[in-house]
Design a protein around this ligand. Sequence first.
Ligand code: LAC
Length: 307
Amino acid sequence: MAKKISVIGSGAVGSTLAFSLLCRLQLEELVLVDITEGLAKGNALDLEDTRGVLGFNTKIIGTQDYDYIKDSTIVIVTAGIARKEGMSRLDLLKTNAKVARQASSKIKELCPSAIVIVVTNPLDLITYIITKETGFSRNKVLGMGASLDTSRLLNILSQETNTQIPYLKGYIWGMHSKDMIVSGWRIKVKGNSLEEALGKEAAESFAQRVKLRGAEIVGYLKNRSAHFAPALACCALIEAIAHDKNEIIPVSILLQGEYGLKNVCMAVPCVINRRGAEKIIEEKLNLQEKKQLQKVKEVFKECTTLL
Ligand code: LAC
């Protein structure tokens, strides 16, 4: 049983995540924090009202006051502004970096043993900021983005190839941006690679479609981004931690030489358990992937100069 989980930010992703957590985990306490007056409190009361149906014993708090996150075992940072139509995740950097620094100092002070999950965009840069600002060991600050992209990949691939999810394998890694890495040879449809299953050209346009899925959704919603799949992907990561699953999930983490990268946060497959990212799995790389990593290195360097 996870003791106490705090969700910072009670927007669409934060509140949907809180709901998913109540549906899927048994918690002693769930704290929702948002600086907008009444938002976390209103959501907390609404969530409490699911008790009669779900039957949980969880104490639920909605507040503007960070002090309530004290001694949380897991803290999820969703606070910040979300993408609107026409914006890239990077456009959010300035505002959300400030939010991330504030959250980091509170987390460091109040929950020094917590595992922190970052959802705020631009994901890899905010993960980097929170890792540095909290000073927590890197295995305890995990950015959730690639597991969402992986769920999107599997959904679209399932429809494209008319194949059920259990017969599909693969994951997305790299940055949670247009520079995410979709490695066709790591993706399998009933044992065949993406190119074998779709053909070379279709495989490329498929990869492009997956990369732009988040933007496609923003295009319809106009003034906000996706929330159901992001929240549930985050919930699955928390379940792997709370249930000590040793599950392999791609998460953004500070790399210190792995994959030839240093001082860069991006998603790589990790073994996730109650200690956070227990182990970074280093896969062999082909030439194209090495080139893509070089690009990540450059993009990350350029972005961190803006911080
Ligand atoms: C997305 C945002 C949440 O990918 O990053 O939809």
